[in-house]
Design a protein around this ligand. Structure first.
Ligand code: RNT
Ligand code: ZN
Length: 417
C-alpha cells in the first residue's frame, strides 16, 4: 500500500509537477519573521505608547517584556514552523547594557549584537527597519517630512545609523539586509500643502541614502501607505510617492504591504506589474480586515494569490518576503506560528500548481478549459505534500503543535505578571 504522500506525488506528477523538488526548494526560500508580534510593537528603547497611526488591540496575558523573553518566544515559534526564516527587527529593539541608553540617532551595531548572535546561531539573515514612531521626537506626528529642521535632522541621522547597522547585519550573517523605510507622517484632515511634506520626505530619504553602503549587502526599501489612525486624510508616503522614489533612485526597492491599499486593490496583481520594471521588490504580507488592521496571516484567497504570482513570475529570487502583523488578543506565539505556517502553505501550494499548462491555455485563448483546469487545480492533494514537507522539516503537519503552545503558556507565559 502506498502512503498518502506517494499517491499525491503520483497525482501531481500526472500534471507535470515534481513534488520532491518542491519540498527540497521550499526549504530554502526565506521569509522574514517580524519580532514585533511578540510584544505588541513595544520595543525596548522607550516606554511611551505605540504611535505612527498603527495600533495593536487586545491584552492577552504573557507578552514578552525583555529581550530574553522575546527571543525565547520567537524560538518557540520557530521550532513549530517549517522552512527557512530571516529575523526582522525594528530599531526600537536595540538592547542596551544596564544603565546605558543612546537615542535613535546614535544607535550602533553593538546595540544589536545580541540579536546578531541570536540570528547567527539559528542560521538566519536579518532584515531591519528604522523606527520613525513611538518616540518623543516625533513632532506633531511628523518625522522625515517635518518642517522643523531639527526634527528632520534627528530622523535623518536615525536613518543613517540604521544603514550602518544594516550593513553590519549583512556582513555578520552573510545574507543581504533588507532595510525598510516606513513613516506614518500625515494629516488627520485636508492639508493645505500636499507637496511640501513630500518634497521634504524625498530630500530626507536622499540624505539617508547618502550614507555609504554596499548595494549588494543593504537593500533599502520604501513602504507606501494609504492612511493611518489619526492621519486619515493624507499620508506623505503614498503609493505613487514611494513607487516613483524607488523607480528614480538606483538600488532602492518598492515595498508593498497588502494592508496599505484601497479595499478592492490587490497586491497579487501589482507584483507582476512591478516585476516588469524593478529587478527586485519587497513585500509585507499581512491581513487587513476592513482597514489596515494587521490581523494574523491565514491561508485566504489573497495570500494564496500573492504566493502564486511570486512563483509563476519565476521571481522567487527577486521578491523579499516578510510578515507584518500584530495581534494582542490571542496567544502571540500562536499568532506567529499560524502566520508563518500559512505563508509556507501558500508557497507550497503555489509551487505545486501546473502553471505552465494553465498559461498555455490562456495564450491559446482556451478560456473555458482554463476555468475548468484552474478550478480543478484547487482540488489537488496539497495537504499530503504539506504533511510530507513538515515531516522533512521535523515539525508537526497537523495542528498538534498547538499543544506545545498550551504547555508553554502554562509553564512560561502565565508566570509573566
Ligand atoms: C505600518 C507598516 C509598517 C509597520 C512595522 C511595524 O502600517 O505596515 O511596516 O507595520 O514597521
Ligand atoms: Zn508593513
Amino acid at each position: 500500500m502506498s502512503t498518502r504522500y506517494e499517491s499525491a506525488k503520483e497525482i501531481f506528477a500526472s500534471y507535470g509537477v515534481d513534488t520532491d523538488a518542491v519540498i527540497a526548494k521550499l526549504q530554502n526560500i526565506p521569509v522574514a519573521v517580524h519580532c514585533w508580534q511578540g510584544d505588541d510593537v513595544k520595543g525596548f528603547d522607550q516606554d511611551g505608547p505605540l504611535t505612527g497611526g498603527i495600533q495593536t488591540t487586545g491584552n492577552y496575558p504573557g507578552k514578552a517584556r525583555t529581550p530574553e523573553e522575546l527571543m525565547a518566544d520567537m524560538d518557540k515559534a520557530l521550532s513549530l514552523t517549517p522552512g527557512k526564516k530571516k529575523l526582522n527587527l525594528h530599531a526600537s529593539y536595540a538592547i542596551f547594557e544596564p544603565g546605558e541608553y543612546v537615542d535613535r540617532d546614535k544607535l550602533e551595531p553593538k546595540h544589536f549584537q545580541k540579536w546578531v548572535d541570536f540570528a547567527k546561531e539559528r542560521n538566519m539573515g536579518i532584515d531591519f527597519n528604522p523606527t520613525f514612531f513611538s518616540h518623543p521626537k516625533v513632532k506633531d506626528g511628523l518625522t522625515l517630512t517635518s518642517p522643523d529642521e531639527e526634527t528632520r535632522k534627528f530622523w535623518i541621522n536615525h536613518g543613517k545609523a540604521c544603514i550602518r547597522i544594516s550593513q553590519y547585519f549583512a556582513e555578520q550573517t552573510g545574507v543581504p539586509c533588507v532595510m525598510n523605510i516606513w513613516i506614518g507622517d500625515g494629516f488627520k484632515d485636508v492639508p493645505a500643502d500636499r507637496m511640501g511634506p513630500r518634497m521634504r520626505y524625498k530630500e530626507s530619504i536622499e540624505a539617508i541614502l547618502a550614507e555609504p553602503f554596499d548595494k549588494n549587502l543593504v537593500k533599502p526599501c520604501v513602504e507606501s501607505k494609504v492612511f493611518g489612525i489619526g492621519v486619515e486624510a493624507y499620508t506623505a508616503g503614498s503609493a505613487e510617492f514611494t513607487l516613483s522614489f524607488a523607480a528614480s533612485h538606483d538600488g532602492v526597492l518598492p515595498l508593498m504591504d497588502n494592508g496599505h491599499y484601497h479595499p478592492t486593490e490587490v497586491v497579487s496583481d501589482k507584483i507582476p506589474a512591478l516585476l516588469c520594471f524593478y529587478p527586485e521588490i519587497a513585500l509585507h504580507i499581512t491581513r487587513g480586515i476592513r482597514w489596515d488592521s494587521d490581523h494574523v496571516l491565514v491561508l485566504d484567497d489573497e495570500t494564496k494569490e500573492i504566493a502564486k504570482e511570486i512563483v509563476r513570475c519565476n521571481a522567487l529570487d527577486r521578491v523579499y518576503m516578510a510578515l507584518d502583523y500584530f495581534d494582542a488578543s490571542i496567544n502571540r506565539i500562536s499568532a506567529w506560528v499560524v502566520g508563518i505556517r500559512s505563508w509556507q502553505k501558500a508557497m507550497l501550494m503555489a509551487m505545486c500548481m501546473p502553471h505552465e499548462s494553465l498559461q498555455k491555455l490562456q495564450d491559446e485563448s482556451k478560456f473555458t478549459e482554463l476555468m475548468v483546469m484552474q478550478e480543478n487545480a484547487k482540488d489537488l492533494p496539497y495537504s499530503d505534500v504539506w504533511a510530507e514537507y513538515c515531516k522533512v522539516c521535523g515539525v508537526a503537519g497537523d495542528a498538534s503543535w498547538y499543544q506545545d503552545i498550551v504547555k508553554y503558556e502554562e509553564e512560561v507565559l502565565s508566570k509573566r505578571v
